[in-house]
Design a protein around this ligand. Sequence first.
Ligand code: SF4
Length: 310
Amino acid sequence: MVYKYLFGPVPSRRLGMSLGIDFLKKSICSLDCIYCEVGKTENLTLDYFEYVSSEELIKELANFLPDCSLEIKLTFGGSGEPTLNPAFVKVIDYLNEVWPDFTTVILTNGTTMSDPVLCRELQKFDIVIPSLDAGTKKIFELINRPHKDIIFEDYIYGLIEFSQHYKGELWLETFVVPGINDGREELEVIRKIASKIKYTIYQVNTLHRPGTEKQVKTVNKAKLKKIAEFLGAELIEHQYLKVKIQNCHEKDIKEKIMNYIQRRPATIDDLFCSIGCEKIAISNELERLMNNGDIVKIIEDGHEYYKVDV
Ligand code: SF4
């Protein structure tokens, strides 16, 4: 079966192997971060809407999970902010009831945490990974480019409050963009806010794949290490692949490749780990897709990435 809303399992630097569950189909988010791997936010919104139905998502999960290793984390995320789709509640309830042995994760930008009803639903996840990229409204607007109705102070308050009551693991993340949020003054404010958040792990991240805006560059490891130390955080270390690669029929290869790179740029190794076909078959299909003008190859940080041509 070729899936529309499940993607991967993908090798994730933080999570090991992660099965992405996409609640949005295309880029729909309350933020339009300059570093976003998904690309520019097409629908910048705070509206809750069932962009994909819970029935469709549960159908795909029910088909995928019987043969899935428990080492694979089930990650709500994908093409934007998953909490904007209220179907996420039925899906987490389904997973907790039918597949309680899997680890569930949600990647959220945290801007919807000012809603107490939604925070109650987030309690159902094993791991919640929210973002804190700015300490001030000015930098928040520069780096995260929020929907106009988001009030920075409410977002920060919601994040702190949620962390105080959450019983699972909260992995806080700060994404560092050189020249924007890496100055001493901003980092001091971020550190002060982070000290009020009850997190399990605090990690700093930087650009590893092509982001939305070309001017966004990566921070070198030595500097990132210093920033992490200053914030009392750690660097995200690579977790190596431990699980069996799934098998892929060659007839499905095109759909599987597109399913992956519509959501994030990928190297041949990423695709190999994720979809399980031979590298030569992947390479040939990528060549065909490039010749058709469906995708492009770009070099970032010395690595070759394939991404959808927009
Ligand atoms: S990085 Fe996350 S929060 Fe920011 S625009 Fe992309 S999907 Fe939205």
